[in-house]
Design a protein around this ligand. Structure first.
Ligand SMILES: NC(=O)c1ccc[n+]([C@@H]2O[C@H](COP(=O)([O-])OP(=O)(O)OC[C@H]3O[C@@H](n4cnc5c(N)ncnc54)[C@H](OP(=O)(O)O)[C@@H]3O)[C@@H](O)[C@H]2O)c1
Length: 339
């Protein structure tokens, strides 16, 4: 049996990656050793951090070397096993890499979790019922400490993480307003994703629009983008507000030439006895199954809808990754690798 994989061929520079930054290779799948299992990959996840895996590892992982299989999470089916913890037919999600088949030894580095829920399609194990959804869940409920009746502002609201936050807010009896770059994305927020309002941050005055929706101020700001939008949100927080720092996608490029935005309104935290806290999703690992179970139930009950943006075929992976930086994706960007 053969495996196709995309390996790193060049380091990206600038906003978009090039197809030539990768090389498609084909190899024979070797026999399994004791303790290993073979996964047939069904879907691969696309996330902003992947570009940094190609550059310097983003401070999370060792930088990829030329010829290494591109790193990334996937969901797949175990089709052969010499590992007592994983049996044929198990559906797993973890570090699969950009390839059609993955041989895994089940060690912690691979962060291989069994997909236990059977209420939603397996693709959701990379989106709303995977790391992306867990990031929304723990960022909003644990870091944001959301309570009923509160006002929530979300940046990057139509992205993988943001697209879950409108409904997760609503489920707790609170109200969320999301920021997005086009009117079409704004409509998606209010028509499908549980947001009570949307702000087109490209064409509208963000500050005025926040005042319009939340004249009394913001209780929770869930930040996916950083920079100037974070600064405006800080100027609108109310007493005891919580600012959950999830990501800062607007600043990633600026990191390279040290032109990152300097916050001016951080002092509002002190004035309002508010807190701002960054988090890393893997710090919540022991609670992942609880979040999966609860959110799968909400999906089954129709309380939590999810948004996926799916391309097909391994060769589409670089195009799919660029869609994040071109802002084309609506919801969680995925690539379907096999049936
Ligand atoms: N803390 C953690 O453990 C953790 C875990 C997962 C992800 N993250 C981070 O969380 C953030 C969101 O991840 P994701 O998977 O949801 O990414 P995503 O699907 O790419 O969504 C990000 C959204 O941000 C918006 N955006 C892009 N560039 C922007 C800019 N320059 N200014 C303002 N908005 C911009 C885009 O929507 P528009 O078209 O509306 O601009 C996009 O939909 C990322 O920064 C990611 O690195 C953190």
């Amino acid at each position: 049996m053969k495996n196709k994989k995309l390996v790193l061929a060049a380091r990206p520079s600038g906003l978009l990656i090039k197809e030539t930054d990768f090389r498609m290779e084909e190899e024979d799948i070797r026999p399994l050793k004791n303790g290993e299992f073979l996964i047939k990959v069904l879907f691969l996840s696309i996330a902003p951090v992947m570009k940094f895996y190609m550059q310097d590892g983003a401070g999370i992982e060792a930088p990829l070397q030329f010829g290494d299989t591109m790193r990334g999470r996937g969901v797949g089916e175990v089709i052969e096993s010499k590992n007592t913890g994983f049996k044929v037919g198990d559906i797993v999600q973890g570090k699969c890499g950009w390839q059609e088949y993955k041989i895994c030894d089940g060690t912690p580095y691979h962060m291989m979790y069994k997909v236990k829920q059977r209420k939603a399609p397996y693709s959701t194990a990379l989106g709303v019922l995977g790391m992306t959804g867990f990031t929304s869940y723990f960022g909003l409920y644990h870091v944001g400490e959301l309570k009923a009746g509160e006002n929530v502002l979300v940046s990057g609201a139509t992205g993988g993480v943001g697209s879950n936050l409108g409904n997760l807010t609503k489920i707790k009896g609170a109200r969320a307003v999301g920021l997005a770059s086009t009117d079409e994305k704004c409509r998606l927020l209010t028509e499908k994703l549980g947001y009570i309002g949307a702000i087109n941050y490209k064409t509208e005055n963000i500050s005025e629009r926040i005042d319009h929706f939340f004249p009394e101020g913001i209780d929770v700001y869930f930040d996916n983008v950083g920079g100037e939008i974070l600064d405006i949100a800080l100027s609108k927080i109310r007493r005891y507000a919580r600012v959950a720092l999830c990501g800062r996608i607007s600043q990633y490029e600026k990191r390279q030439d040290s032109s990152e935005y300097d916050l001016k309104n951080w002092y509002k935290l002190g004035l309002n006895r508010a807190k701002m806290e960054a988090f890393f999703i893997y710090d919540f690992e022991e609670h992942f199954y609880q979040a999966e179970k609860e959110m799968a139930q909400w999906i089954a009950e129709g309380k939590l809808t999810y948004q996926e943006d799916i391309l097909e075929g391994l060769s589409q992976m670089p195009i799919a990754l660029n869609r994040l930086f071109e802002r084309k994706n609506k919801g969680k960007q995925l690539v379907k690798i096999s049936e």
